[in-house]
Structures are given as structure tokens and as C-alpha cells.
Design a protein around this ligand. Structure first.
Ligand code: SF4
Length: 63
């Protein structure tokens, strides 16, 4: 699974980093998400899917 983050859409709700901390981090300066891992290993796919479904802005795209 590959995941991408639409940085200009992200509003910094932090939910993704809670749902999948191995995949998403947060920038210290504004709390917006950063993608730690674009190629999601199988053990983190469920978390990445939860993060995508839970993002209020639709900023997480799973390919
Ligand atoms: S949940 Fe969505 S809007 Fe919130 S920080 Fe993560 S990517 Fe950004």
C-alpha cells in the first residue's frame, strides 16, 4: 500500500498521527501532518486506512 498526504489540504487536526503514529507525524510549528512512510508495510495498513477514513479534510490518499 502507498499513501500520500495533500499538505495544502491538511488543517492539522492531529487525528492521523493518533490513528497511525508509525505513518504520520506532526510538524512542531503548526501541528500539520507529515508523512513518515509512503510505502506502508502490511502491519500498518489498517492504521493507515483508519487515518484516511478519519481525516476530516480528506487529506490522506491511499493508492
Ligand atoms: S487528520 Fe487530516 S487534516 Fe488532520 S493532521 Fe492528519 S492529514 Fe491533516
Amino acid at each position: 500500500m502507498r499513501v500520500s498526504l495533500l499538505e495544502d489540504v491538511c488543517q492539522g487536526h492531529t487525528l492521523c498521527a493518533i490513528a497511525a503514529p508509525a505513518i504520520f507525524g506532526l510538524r512542531e510549528e503548526d501541528g500539520h501532518a507529515v508523512l513518515k512512510v509512503a510505502d506502508v508495510p502490511p502491519e500498518h495498513e489498517a492504521g493507515a486506512e483508519r487515518a484516511a477514513l478519519g481525516c476530516p479534510e480528506g487529506a490522506i490518499v491511499i493508492e
